[in-house]
Each structure stands twice: as C-alpha cells, then as structure tokens.
Design a protein around this ligand. Structure first.
Ligand code: HEM
Length: 405
C-alpha cells in the first residue's frame, strides 16, 4: 500500500507544480499505481531508464486490445461507433500498421522540409505581434502561442485556416479528456470534427491541391496503403498533435523565462542560444507531461513491482526529465545545458513525428517575441495562473503579460 498522497494527476492543481510529487515518486515508488478520476487504474513509471524501457520494449504495446485477457476484453467500456475509426491512428497502433501509416507522412515533417517553412513561420510570428497594435497587455496564449502552430498545421494539411477557431474548440475538448474513455461531454465536439473532416475530404477529392490532405487522399485512392478510416484518424491526429502541444511549449517556456529574468535577458542578448534554450524549456517544463498509454502484453516486472497484463501504464516524461541520475541540478533552468537528453518528444518508434516542426516554430516564436517586445512581464501573480486539466498535457489556459512601450 502506497504511503504517498494520491493527487488527482489530471487536475489543474497538479499541473501547476507536479515536480515535488514526481521527485517523491522517483525516490520511493518509481512504479506507482493510482487511479484516474473515473476509477481507471493506471501505473505511473517515474524514472528515466524505466520510461525508456516502457517506450522501447516490445513487451509493452500501444494497442490495448492485443494485451487484454478475454475477461478484461469483455469488461471494456462501450465505445460509440463514431469513435472507432479514430482508433486507427498511428499513435495508437503497433507495427506493422504503425510503420505503414507513419511512412505515409514522415516525409512531410523531415528537418529539411520543415526548414523551408522558416520564412513563413517568421512572417506569421511578426504578423501576430503586429496585430497587438497599441495594446500594452495581451494573453500570450490566445494572441500568440496558439494561433502560430495552429495556422501552420492547417496550412500544411490544406484545411481552411479560417475554420481554426472551430478546430481549436473541438480539439480542446479532446485533449481535456481526463481518461481514455470518451465522455458524453466530448461526443458533440468529436462528432462535429469528424463531420467537418469527411465533408472536407469530399471537397479535396473533387479539387486536389498541393497539400498533405490531397496527398493522403491520393494514397487512399491508390488502394493498398491507407483506408478511409485511417485517413480520417491521420488528419484528426495531426491537427490535434500539431497545435495542442506546441502551444504549451511556447506558453510554458515563456512563463519559465519570465520567472527566470536573468536567463531571459541572456537569451535576448544572445539569440543564437535559442536551439539549446528550446531543448531546456522542453526538459524543464514538459509540455507533454505523460506519454500516451501503453499496456503490458504479459504480466511484467519493473523495479520489482508486478504490473498485471492489460493494465494501463503511463511514462511520466516530466519526471524522467528531472531524474537526478541523468541531469545535473535538474530543478534549475539552464538555457545552455548540454548534454540534454530529455524525453519530451518520447523515444522509440513513436518518437514525435512533429519534433522538427515544433522546435523550429518555438525557436522562432520565442526569439521574435524577445526581440520585439522589451520589458515583458507577467501581469498576474504566478499563483493565480490557470492550468488546463488534461490526462497527458501540461499547459496554461491563459498567460496574461504586460509590457512598456
Ligand atoms: C512541443 C511540441 C510537441 C511535443 C512536446 C510532442 C510530444 C510528443 C510525444 C511525447 C510523442 C510520443 C507519445 C508516446 O510515445 O506515447 C509524440 C508523438 C507524436 N507527435 Fe508530437 N509533440 C509535439 C509537437 C508535435 C507536432 C507539431 C506534430 C505535428 C505534426 C506532432 C505529431 C506527433 C505525431 C503524429 C506523433 C505520433 C508518432 C508515432 O506514433 O509514430 N507533434 N509527440
């Protein structure tokens, strides 16, 4: 029986500062069983090397159905039929399906291709700051950190950027889920999202363009590499993963800089530090706090703890990133830290497909903000900042800042 407190790991309060509790986990219960608010049992794996094992070892699967005993399979909660196609996304699948699906899109996100988007991202960052106009206060999330990745991923896919407020509403509902089971509250959003995408695919079938959705439709029409459910699941995943994560890196990263003004000034006067700085902000703030779920294919043992077959396991990225056996002074922000083998983009075959894009967007967003907005300050007490409840992500609802002109 655990002697540790049982925090609600999906709550806004936990997201505000999970690090003291995670340090306790690493020290005393590195494989820790808790429950999600709906009662689902979940194992948290807290130490760096164990998170690596979880992400690399074939004993742990993504596809829950392949891990369940017949008894567990019978008890699975009912999934509304409209959600089922979405299970065909690469992040929820194992090889060979995972390999096939990832290979269809990986070329669109290579560092070389992403590098060609620099000019566009820079122009967009400047445009968003121009829109601030004479104001001396903004919400850094709504006015900057969110529209930037959101606009870019819609442009890559080719879905109309004018509909981005709707995408955000729908995807926000999905990532605010506090358990893998869909709840009644999110069903309308997911339903609208799916209906929108299916209608949009019809438009692109008639009128293909030079964008990723048209390329995926071509692959689907060619027959053997992608079916219609997988097309839907792919675009759904990319639209959500492409914006809900990077917004947290820019937002949490700027908060960390505002709370460490000497480091912020150092970066402002030495902008070439940005590549290292973004890696450190990824490590220090863990915008994705937990990996997505894994399941043990058979009873497994980790740190002498038995994890039963079929139970959900999450790797705690935010804990691995502060593991004192891997990082010196892990609780300190050190923008020049090197080496910095953080796990913020995961590891192994599911390593983040969008990592080059997220890095480039955040490097440009943060440096542009520092170059153009001197005297940036938090507008409210950090204790009153509101965090988003979420199963996996760690990000702010709003980040009100002010600046002298
Ligand atoms: C700071 C921003 C980002 C962070 C911290 C992040 C983090 C992650 C992590 C931790 C994983 C692995 C999850 C696991 O194994 O359970 C992942 C996978 C993934 N990410 Fe990202 N991500 C970011 C941005 C993006 C962007 C911009 C895209 C858009 C293309 C993206 C697309 C994906 C996809 C498609 C996967 C699944 C890959 C696979 O299953 O092979 N991510 N991401």
């Amino acid at each position: 029986m655990s002697v540790l407190p049982q925090p609600n790991i999906v709550s806004a309060e936990f997201k505000a500062d999970p690090f003291p509790f995670l340090a306790q986990l690493r020290a005393t219960e590195p494989v820790y069983r808790t429950t999600l608010p709906d009662g689902t049992p979940v194992w948290l794996v807290a130490r760096y090397n164990d998170v690596l094992t979880l992400l690399r070892d074939e004993r742990f699967t993504k596809n829950r159905r392949s891990a369940l005993t017949p008894e567990q399979a019978r008890k699975l909660p009912w999934t509304p039929p409209m959600f089922r196609p979405l299970e065909r996304n690469m992040l929820d699948l194992d090889p060979p399906d995972h390999t096939r699906l990832r290979s269809l899109v990986h070329k669109a996100f290579t560092p070389q291709l992403v590098d060609k988007m620099r000019t566009r991202v820079q122009a967009l960052a400047d445009e968003l700051l121009d829109l601030v106009g004479p104001r001396s206060e903004i919400d850094l999330i709504k006015d900057y950190a969110l529209p930037l990745p959101m606009t870019i991923i819609t442009e890559i896919l080719g879905v109309p950027t004018k509909d981005r407020d709707n995408f955000h509403k729908w995807s926000n509902a999905v990532v605010s889920l506090t358990s893998p089971k869909p709840t009644l509250r999110v069903i309308p959003s997911v339903w609208r999202f799916i209906r929108y995408l299916r209608r949009f695919f019809k438009v692109r079938r008639r009128d293909p363009r030079d964008d990723l959705v048209s390329a995926l439709i071509r692959a689907e029409e060619a027959g053997d590499r992608l079916n219609e459910d997988e097309l839907l699941a792919m675009v759904f995943l990319l639209l959500i993963a492409g914006q809900e994560t990077t917004v947290n890196l820019i937002g949490n990263g700027m908060l960390a800089l505002l709370q460490n003004p000497h480091q912020m000034e150092r970066l402002r006067s030495e902008p070439s530090l940005i590549k290292f700085a973004v890696e450190e902000l990824l490590r220090y703030t863990s915008p994705v706090l937990m990996t997505t779920e894994r399941y043990a294919l058979d009873n497994a043992t980790m740190q002498e703890v038995k994890i039963p077959r079929g139970e959900m396991i999450l790797g705690v990225i935010g804990s691995a990133n502060r593991d004192e056996t891997v990082f010196d002074t892990p609780d300190e922000l050190n923008l020049a830290r090197e080496p910095n083998k953080h796990l913020s983009f995961g590891q192994g075959i599911h390593f983040c497909l969008g990592a080059p894009l997220a890095r480039m967007e955040s490097q440009i967003a943060i440096n542009t903000l520092l170059a153009r907005v001197p005297n940036l300050q938090l507008k409210i007490d950090p204790e009153s900042l509101r965090w988003r409840p979420s199963m996996l992500l760690r990000g702010l609802q709003t980040l009100p800042v002010k600046f002298l002109r």
